[in-house]
Design a protein around this ligand. Structure first.
Ligand SMILES: NC(=O)c1ccc[n+]([C@@H]2O[C@H](COP(=O)([O-])OP(=O)(O)OC[C@H]3O[C@@H](n4cnc5c(N)ncnc54)[C@H](O)[C@@H]3O)[C@@H](O)[C@H]2O)c1
Length: 336
């Protein structure tokens, strides 16, 4: 039997690179589409075919689908800076919504067998925790709005054109190959970088925000299983750890594990949701129980990798569109 050809967008990024490796292991031929705006060429696993380019370029997307007979699409490309998305609204919608629509159009035309979309629990906004899939989504930031819009567009594409799809809403995923150089997203990456640079760890507010940090390997089995599990097609799943911890706990754990004497610098609160974690009963009902790496073990593994990384902060590959109400610490970073 010939190998399925699977397009992974964002494959040079954190989740996309782990996923690509897992797909190769499953016998897929993996095509990686990534513009390296947030990813790294070195993250691309050996064996993938890489096309450098943006999902925003619909002519490129169409040509990829013309040149290859694509069976499956995993769409993980995005700029996932939830808090910053208020200030880069156009970039957010262009990259995360219109870029996704380019892929959905091509997938409909080419009768893709399943389109797997990495959404986010940011679609829920503030709600009763643990958030479950029955919760009515009310996203509060442009990032969450773009993710929910793509979810709705996929449902419409299924209804009219029969495009099979699965939506995963992961949360606070961390692990090896996470970008440590982005100053605006992923608190595990930000804290790791600050430790490596000998800087205090910065927390907005008192650090009581609760998140369920999820080790990246734990989300992969469901992401792979959904292709064959056709009952999961047309469904939305929360995906991640069940154990909420505070951001302050995370900071203290990283300081302890790294053995670096550091302090925590509390910054003024910013506009953010205090409690964001979800239930995973639905994913378990469809895919069985998935691995649940102990939080300390996962952070230990991540630090063992992070401590050997070189830090080199890149400037953002786009402009900040709105400067009003930017947290002062961000305004400082974004000064030309
Ligand atoms: N990491 C998390 O905790 C988390 C949580 C929920 C959802 N997600 C979603 O999972 C997906 C992957 O997230 P990640 O943490 O691996 O992010 P990441 O930044 O490490 O990876 C994203 C990749 O997409 C690429 N990319 C961005 N815009 C692109 C474009 N227009 N065209 C082509 N490539 C582009 C980047 O270069 C990068 O390699 C994203 O869709 C994100 O919204 C992540």
């Amino acid at each position: 039997m010939s190998k399925p050809t699977t397009l992974v967008t964002g494959a040079a990024g954190f989740i996309g690179s782990h996923l690509s490796k897992a797909l190769l292991k499953e016998g897929h031929q993996v095509l990686a589409l990534d513009d390296l705006s947030g990813g790294f060429k070195e993250n691309l696993p050996q064996g993938v075919s890489w096309i450098q380019g943006s999902v925003n370029d619909h002519l490129l997307v169409d040509s990829v689908f013309k040149d290859f007979r694509i069976d499956y699409v995993y769409h993980a490309a995005a700029y996932a800076a939830e808090g910053l998305s208020h200030f880069i609204r156009r970039h957010n919608y262009q990259n995360n919504l219109i870029g996704s629509v380019n892929l959905i159009n091509a997938s409909i035309r080419c009768s893709v067998k399943c389109f797997v979309f990495f959404s986010s629990i940011a679609v829920y906004g503030r709600g009763q925790v643990p958030l479950d899939e029955e919760t009515i989504p009310r996203p509060e930031d442009p990032y969450g709005i773009s993710k929910l819009s793509v979810e709705l567009d996929l449902a419409a594409a299924h209804d009219l054109f029969g495009l099979p799809y699965v939506i995963f809403r992961p949360h606070n995923v961390y692990g090896e190959f996470q970008n440590l150089n982005d100053q605006f997203r992923n608190v595990v990456g930000i804290f790791s970088r600050q430790l490596l640079l000998g800087e205090p760890l910065t927390i907005f507010g008192d650090g009581s925000q609760r998140r369920a940090f999820t080790y990246v390997q734990d989300i992969l089995p469901a992401c792979i299983a959904c292709l064959k599990n056709t009952k999961s097609h047309g469904q939305v799943f929360n995906l991640g750890s069940d154990m909420p911890v505070t951001v302050l706990q995370l900071a203290n754990l990283l300081i302890q594990i790294s053995g670096i004497s550091s302090t925590v610098n509390h910054l003024p609160e910013r506009h953010e949701i205090i409690d964001a974690f979800s239930s995973h009963k639905k994913a378990e009902a469809f895919f069985g129980s998935f691995p649940k790496t102990d939080f300390e073990d996962g952070i230990e593994k991540t630090w063992a990798w992070a401590k050997n990384q070189k830090i080199s902060i890149r400037s953002l590959p786009f402009e900040v569109e709105i400067s009003q109400n930017l947290p002062p610490s961000w305004a400082k970073l974004l000064k030309p």
